[in-house]
Design a protein around this ligand. Structure first.
Ligand SMILES: [Zn+2]
Ligand SMILES: [Zn+2]
Length: 321
């Protein structure tokens, strides 16, 4: 309904997609995204729950690159392994994390994926300041070890589950500052995590306040991707459990605000929501439909700055490109 068609040019410009499986090869994720008409895509470049993975065969890399270039997907990002914990007080774990992140960043580079998204990790009770310092050093080393690359890192805000760093935007900002790099280092906003961490994105005032805080602490220009996820738990629950849009506790208002925001709405909007079916409709298709509808240029949705102007260009998505 909302996707494609001559009357929906503005809608189709939205960079909307989902995290897709690489089962059968990384190139298969592009094909899957194409099947849904996605314009954005997130993948793991390898198994997310293991430290090591065999290299991607060259032929598969080539098929991914050519498939992506020929597809309607205009923004692809990767998510790093969940095992990486650059904030850990355990030096061995930090070194392993560093190696894994370097290796994943090189994979991104080979796949022409400009950004690798990672969680800041957990200092396991050692305090935010020390965790930020440690994680900052690891990220700086990862970026230095890959200095010839265009691909960079995006630090994602977290739900603050357990002792996870990055629930407050200020912690994400402090980590970016500690890591030092500006060109190849940015942030990814996860809506479920923000809501779980206490940012009231569904309320008009809460959204404005959260957006202002994000701008102050991180800088809106440094946010390069948004994970659009509804949340299973209530505001401030600190539990990282994603729900499909409108199927959690956030309602659709937050997603409308994001999709129509003149900065955030132009970033890749990536769903990390449960797969499956609801009332006979594929859940990825359903979430995409709702997301696209959220950004629809209906009367009243045009914000100052002409964000819905079909002639306006999107900011550079590439890492420094
Ligand atoms: Zn996320
Ligand atoms: Zn999450």
């Amino acid at each position: 309904m909302a996707a494609g068609g001559p009357s929906s040019r503005i809608v189709s410009l939205m960079l909307a997609g989902a995290h897709m499986s690489i089962a059968g090869g990384v190139h298969r994720a592009v094909e899957r995204a194409e099947g849904y008409g996605m314009t954005a895509l997130q993948i793991f470049t390898r198994t997310a729950r293991a430290w090591t993975a065999p290299p991607i065969p060259e032929e598969e890399e080539r098929r991914f690159r050519t498939g992506l270039a020929a597809s309607g997907v205009r923004a692809a990002v990767a998510h790093a392994t969940y095992l990486a914990n650059p904030a850990s007080p355990d030096g061995n774990l930090r070194r392993r994390s560093e190696r894994a992140l370097v290796e994943e960043l090189l994979r991104c580079e080979a796949l022409t994926i400009p950004w690798l998204i990672l969680h800041p990790g957990s200092g396991t009770g050692s305090g935010a300041a020390a965790s930020v310092r440690r994680a900052g050093r690891v990220l700086a080393r990862v970026l230095a070890a890959t200095s010839g690359c265009t691909a960079g890192l995006l630090v994602e805000n977290t739900a603050g589950q357990g002792d996870c760093l990055g629930a407050a935007f200020a912690e994400v900002g402090a980590l970016l500052a500690a890591a030092g790099d500006v060109e190849r280092l940015g942030a990814c906003l996860d809506t479920c995590h923000a809501f779980a961490a206490g940012y009231d994105l569904p309320s008009a005032a809460g959204f404005v306040a959260a957006r202002a805080e994000l701008d102050r602490e991180v800088g809106l220009a440094r946010v390069r991707a948004v994970h659009v996820n509804d949340c299973v738990g209530p505001l401030g629950c600190r539990v990282d459990r994603h729900a499909g849009l409108g199927l959690g506790t956030m309602g659709l208002g937050a997603f409308r605000r994001i999709a129509r925001d003149r900065v955030l709405g132009r970033l890749p909007l990536i769903l990390e929501t449960p797969k499956g079916e609801l009332d006979g409709e594929d859940l990825d298709a359903r979430n995409l439909r709702l997301l696209r509808k959220s950004g629809k240029n209906d009367p009243g949705s045009v914000l100052p700055g002409g964000k819905n102007d079909p002639g306006s260009s999107y900011p550079d998505f590439g890492g420094g490109a």
